[in-house]
Design a protein around this ligand. Sequence first.
Ligand code: PGA
Length: 276
Amino acid sequence: MRQKLVVGNWKLHGGLLENQGLLNRLKQELHDLLGVDAAVCLPYVYLFQAQALLQDSSIAWGAQNVSQYTEGAFTSCISAKMVAEFGCSYTIIGHSERRALKLESNQVATKRMLNALHAGLTPIFCVGETLDERDGDMAELIVRNQMLNVVYGLDDEAFALAKKFNMVIAYEPVWAIGTGEHASPDQAQRMHAFIRMMIAERDRDFADQIRIVYGGSMTPQNAHSLLSMPDIDGGLLGRAALVAEDFIEICKIASRCYQQKKVFQEPMAAVPVFEA
Ligand code: PGA
């Protein structure tokens, strides 16, 4: 059964002192949580600090992006291999805030993802539609387009790496990011099931095993209804990741949802039949 995954996307937030307080709190509270993997994706400059503070904990850490290039005269770029040296397990790829800056087309995002996979990182590949696209009944079409690179754009070798390093998909409707307005559990579930179906077109087993997390104004108040949906395997949190209590609470909710699902999935003990 798929473990839940809760990832904090710190975006352009942090400072040495605040990070220390926040990471230490997470470390104290988030251990031995059944059925949940927790991770934080921080700005590059704090990866060293994350590594120092979290290496003996159950919390993983990651970057918010990696370069499409591997080496060379590319001022300010940071490669996947470089972040891997700081013990990163994850990197976010193709976040809508990157796509909106027009820096990242689907093709560029795919290149970044390939570099992440070759460096042994788990990419968290983000997809999601804008409000206009949803209102125009194009949400599935947009997400399908973004997913096509992942489903069919990876050659067999890269797809094998995606499986090996447990690639994650994050469904993040752009209209829900940082707005306080989240997708309804039904809306999100429908899109997650759609994404899983697309992956099944290429590989049924992987479709069953891949984690598809939801991002967009997830809070402790709405987390249970979202995370108890059958195809929602966790959350990518922005604002809630910066408040220790909220992040911790969402991880605990994820653990409860995992356990509830497990109870339902476990085969019932055979009922003995007595003959009259
Ligand atoms: P939010 O951000 O939780 O603040 O909406 C999510 C994200 O951008 O990944």
